[in-house]
Design a protein around this ligand. Structure first.
Ligand code: FAD
Length: 386
């Protein structure tokens, strides 16, 4: 793997950094204090950042994208996360292309995505179903040319503002993985109810909610089997967390980098005992640990993206990157608080937000424990979970 960025990547990185520092950074604290973005606010940010490749840049031209490779997409997302990880996550989830089943619907969604006006979400988790995602309770029952869906999905990123959802349901509750199906559900024709906004420790402007499906009717053609022998590629993609886990790793690296940059500035300026605190060896040791850990996570994340760019499997590498990077960001942002003293704990000063945002990333798309089991399975050939 080549560690150098290409000229185009360097230019894109510096352009995005300059733009988000000038145009986005001054707004972050106010929005984070206010809470979840509204749909209108989310769409305005999507449109503002689309020209740099966010939202649909990873997709092909039909979806308005520019086929950005994974590493380049990672670079811009790291830069945005250095300033506002919640916005980065929101735009990533919102820009997932829907699994549509007709040409008319495909054209409709492509036009909406080219305009930055489609907001997706993905529904796996339920109040009683988390890490053991195979045992879903939200179920679909066939009724003529429709499925009737009943159940509750929770912790759904972008759920309160989404217009469509990639919904995981069971057609035989209790039967496990083989009974799981994936449904594309659009809110205008098959409406669900937003029963709660989940206000989390960090990433507070990124809407997250609980959704209730109460006998929602969805056309039969909107369903895909998870273990369809005739469509192995679709079946594999459904449980494929390689890209989201790598994106979360990149977000964690961006947060850690922000904490490092702020800490370096501060230890040069802050004086104690008549000297800058950056002159104390224990302070320099902390900076050393922060930088080495962040670079290690960055290398793991970009290695996973490199494999993805080459079309190779990165299941274990993405799990290593996600597990290590998100835990690393908790340690690094905690050290940044230590280096800032009491100021690091003060609300409205970004350091405590870095810590809260980092702490919120160890849970989604598989907790750290689940990442360890994914890597353990690769190492031993034995699955600790079914
Ligand atoms: C910011 C954020 C965004 C999210 N976005 C979405 C979304 O868009 N869509 C969606 O569907 N979900 C989403 N989630 C939910 C997320 O995927 C779940 O929270 C996660 O899978 C863990 O499930 P849980 O919270 O129910 O915890 P549980 O699964 O109940 O786990 C509780 C604890 O038990 C441990 N544990 C569980 N099983 C094992 C095991 N076999 N071995 C060892 N330890 C184990 C876990 O590691 C954890 O420490 C989001 C969560 C967060 C925090």
């Amino acid at each position: 793997m080549d560690f150098d960025l290409t000229e185009e990547q360097q230019l894109l990185k510096s352009t995005v950094r300059e733009y988000v520092e000038k145009e986005i950074a001054p707004q972050v604290n106010d929005y984070e204090r206010k809470g979840p973005l509204t749909r209108e606010e989310a769409i305005a940010f999507i449109k503002q950042l689309m020209p740099f490749g966010f939202y649909n840049g990873r997709l092909d031209e039909d979806w308005g994208g520019s086929n950005l490779d994974r590493k380049t997409y990672g670079i811009i997302n790291e830069e945005l996360s250095r300033v506002w990880p919640g916005l980065c996550g929101m735009i990533w989830i919102a820009g997932a292309p829907p699994a549509v089943h007709s040409d008319a619907e495909r054209s409709e969604y492509r036009a909406r995505m080219r305009a930055g006006e489609s907001i997706a979400c993905g529904g796996i988790s339920e109040p009683e179903v988390g890490s053991g995602a195979s045992y879903l309770r939200t179920h679909a029952v066939a009724d003529g040319d429709h499925w009737v869906v009943t159940g509750t999905k929770t912790w759904i990123s972008c759920g309160p503002i989404a217009d469509h959802i990639d919904l995981m349901v069971t057609i035989d509750p209790g039967a496990g993985r083989d009974s799981v199906r994936r449904l594309h559900v659009r809110k205008d024709t098959s409406p669900w109810e937003v029963v709660r906004h989940n206000n989390l420790l960090g990433l507070r402007a990124w809407p997250n909610g609980e959704l209730r499906f109460d006998g929602v009717r969805v056309p039969r053609v909107n369903m895909r089997a998870m273990r369809d022998e005739s469509d192995q590629a679709t079946a594999a993609r459904v449980w494929d967390f390689q890209q989201p886990r790598t994106l979360l790793a990149v977000m964690a690296v961006g947060i850690a980098q922000a904490a490092i940059d702020a800490s370096i500035r501060y230890v040069r300026e802050r004086h104690q005992f008549g000297r800058p605190i950056g002159s104390f060896q224990l302070v320099q040791e902390m900076l050393y640990e922060m930088v080495v850990e962040t670079d290690s996570a960055r290398f793991l994340a970009y290695r996973a993206m490199d494999l993805q760019d080459k079309g190779r499997d990165s299941t274990a590498e993405a799990a290593m990157a996600k597990g290590f990077a998100t835990e690393m960001a908790v340690r690094v942002t905690s050290k940044a608080i230590e280096l800032h003293g009491a100021l690091g704990l003060m609300e409205d000063y970004p350091i405590e937000r870095y810590f809260r945002d980092a702490r919120s990333l160890t849970i989604p798309d598989g907790t750290t424990e689940i990442q360890k089991l994914v890597v353990g399975r690769r190492l031993t050939g034995i699955s600790a979970i079914v």
